[in-house]
Design a protein around this ligand. Sequence first.
Ligand code: F6P
Length: 551
Amino acid sequence: MVKPVDATQTSAWNELKKLNDNLQVDFRSWFDDDPQRVEKHSYAAGDLFVDLSKSFMTDEIKAALLNLAREVNVVERRDAMFSGEKINVTEGRAVLHTALRQPEGNSVLVDGEDVVSGVHEVLAKIFEFAERVRSGEWCGITGRPIQTIVNIGIGGSDLGPVMAYEALKPYVAENLECRFISNIDPTDLGEKLRGIDPETVLFIVASKTFTTLETLTNARQARAWLLEEFEARGIDADGAVAKHFVAVSTNLKKVAEFGIDPANSFGFWDWVGGRYSVGSAVGTSLAVAIGPQGFADFLGGFNTMDEHFRHAEPSQNVPLLMGLLNVFYCNFRGAATHVVLPYSQYLHRFPAYLQQLTMESNGKRVRWDGTPVTSSTGEVFWGEPGTNGQHAFYQLIHQGTQLIPADFIAFSNPTYALKDGEADQHELFLGNFFGQTKALAFGKTEDEVRAEGAREEIVSARVFPGNKPTTSIMAPALTPSVLGQLIALYEHITFVQGIVWGIDSFDQWGVELGKQMANQLTKAVAGDEEELAKQDLSTRALIEFYRDTRF
Ligand code: F6P
């Protein structure tokens, strides 16, 4: 095993400390004094224009961060990932979500076997299935075409598909709708099945392991609902599961045990992490919704960013620079959170998606060799679409006491067509996008507030300190390809941060204890007195409150 390098012991870390001690952020003078600032600190990656000029990046900090990347071997680790080395050390697995988007004919070897050909075999099967559903050839048991696809999955088997479906709504076939059931709270299933016609529904049970309690419980409930509905309509339900259920998993044995024909299942592999799996068969609901061409474009977008990350030189490498900048904010400026603000309603689930990607990956306290981390890791990612966030929490970003680096994302073209003579609401929308990063960077001084005629007592309340760091990411439009590029960008940013911190960004042991306890406690909740007596006093009191107040 290659040992992680302790970033805090590198000369670049020392240099960054010194630079940070002397750093006086003053965007007004930085822009006035250096007319090249935007040119120097903005980049192209695929269709994305990425402006870091309103970040804390300076020429010196950039050089020191790139030295840090060199000293902790980011490039070597990146190449190890792309080539299929088992860099997920604690699970003994390769990390090859990037192989999911390799063009046909390329080759990546895992244990001596090419995985790209397998990827394209499964893709062909998914695409054939998608065409059959979209054309109406794949019918429900009564011969009616499918109208509603219900994806049942949680975590990576839900967040990617639902986020991408919402993001690409304008590309969804008119006669299809997708819904997503994830929570074990039975109201999720109840609400999502409301109004669905059982004759035209298709359930996709998505679970990498096919052992996840939430997903299997919801899948059983959905199957029971379907059979009851058919019975109530006097329809012979023999063979209904085969027509109305398909599965996505790495565990096709468990799929068969559940009662879904392996012929109606789409596989993937243990080298695809759950939160990195939307480009695998986990994206089947999306492939049906937007069609094979749309899904191929989506994968092409990922690949564009993969190639950029792999081949762009470090000084121009956007995921590398953004990942390093996040390290700077976290470890040198004390930023505990990072906000992502898409100026696109279609991206309203993007921050939630990023929460799993970043926090399940980098929320770790030991390094990949089991030794403690040597600096803080894993910022809290959060966000909401603009402009909604502006009227809610931007106050704290503008005038609060914490440093909150912000990524702003926007698209030049709306995804709807403007009618003749219609006021361009998209221009108003973008005005807000540009206005916010400008206000955060340049603020408003006391003198400027006074010049507006403010009463002296409230001048300080109306001052905007500015010098708040932002990254602006723009693309011409939110297409399937651009969405793929954006997701891959954040995947690689997460990877870079993980390497600097020396952690295994691809395991998630921290989710296990709660699962184990939930299983034990369910017995106590259900009335097992012996199990209840074993619990700590607080847990007992809570369960007793539940028992006393249950209607
Ligand atoms: O509990 C966390 C987790 O393992 C995630 O990493 C994963 O995306 C999710 O559960 C769902 O797992 P599965 O796809 O195996 O059902």
